[in-house]
Design a binder for this molecule. Structure first.
Ligand code: IPE
Ligand code: IPE
Ligand code: MG
Length: 243
């Protein structure tokens, strides 16, 4: 692994936007003879700690993959438990984040989400919308392909109505759920899997990828810093040439 020169974190080069695929809750639980739901519960504790760590480090945007459009195919008890944990998190969000400048935004399809979750999403987004500091973005019932389909259909409508005349990258980007949010600089995926599983497929075009074997419930601030140090050792070229 190529690290930065000093192998220590450079506080002046913190990625502006970190995206995380929080994977491995099920395996963490299975290894301990526990139910997969226990893994998710433990994973939600990790999430709380990592949000805090990103805030302290001065990260501006943190996007986490909490539930994919494909995750509905899991057993009903597991889906129910995940929804329960998300509801709990959203209900207590302001209390937990008290004193910290953290704004919450939820991205994904509203369709299929339980009414009580939709209510909490609305509430927490409204209550935190005035805050600037860390933008904490939760991808919930999120699918990258679906997001692009939605954006393209909005583009078509806007062309038809004469609102826009040209179809370009900007026209699509502005109609994604992430409109106004810069693309991620660093993507972290835990648990050893090396794929993006339909996460932010448009936005990750020039993102630096970091995969680690640690299962999400075991992921700590130390692992986060290791990922950032690795990122700081990368040379980003965006198709250009650098010597
Ligand atoms: C990630 O952990 C959490 C969600 C998908 C919500 P998994 O549940 O996918 O854990 P593994 O990959 O089965 O270990
Ligand atoms: C991706 O993990 C989704 C989330 C972390 C929410 P999965 O565990 O669902 O992805 P696959 O099935 O291994 O690709
Ligand atoms: Mg998984």
């Amino acid at each position: 692994m190529r690290l930065n020169r000093k192998n220590e974190l450079d506080p002046n080069n913190i990625p502006e936007h970190i995206a995380i695929i929080m994977d491995g809750n099920g395996r963490w639980a299975q290894k301990r003879g526990l139910s997969r739901s226990m893994g998710h519960r433990e994973g939600s504790k990790t999430l709380r700690k990592i949000v805090e760590a990103c805030y302290k480090l001065g990260v501006k945007y943190l996007t986490v993959y909490a539930f994919s459009t494909e995750n509905w195919s899991r057993p009903k008890e597991e889906v129910d438990e995940l929804m329960k944990l998300l509801l709990e998190y959203l209900r207590n969000a302001e209390k937990e984040l008290k004193g910290k400048n953290i704004r919450i935004k939820v991205i994904g399809e509203k369709k299929r989400l339980p009414e009580e979750i939709l209510k909490e999403i609305d509430r927490v987004q409204k209550n935190t919308e005035h805050i600037s500091g860390l933008d904490f973005i939760i991808a919930l019932n999120y699918g990258g392909r679906q997001e692009i389909v939605d954006a393209v259909s909005r583009v078509v409508n806007d062309v038809k109505s004469g609102k826009i005349t040209e179809i370009n990258e900007e026209a699509i980007s502005e109609r994604l759920y992430t409109s106004g949010i810069p693309d991620p600089d660093l993507l972290i995926r835990t648990s050893g899997e090396m794929r993006i599983s339909n996460f932010l497929i448009w936005q990750l075009s020039y993102t630096e990828f970091y995969f680690c074997d640690v299962l999400w419930p075991d992921f700590t601030e130390k692992h986060l810093k290791e990922a950032i140090i690795c990122y700081q050792g990368r040379q980003r070229r965006f198709g250009g040439v650098k010597c």
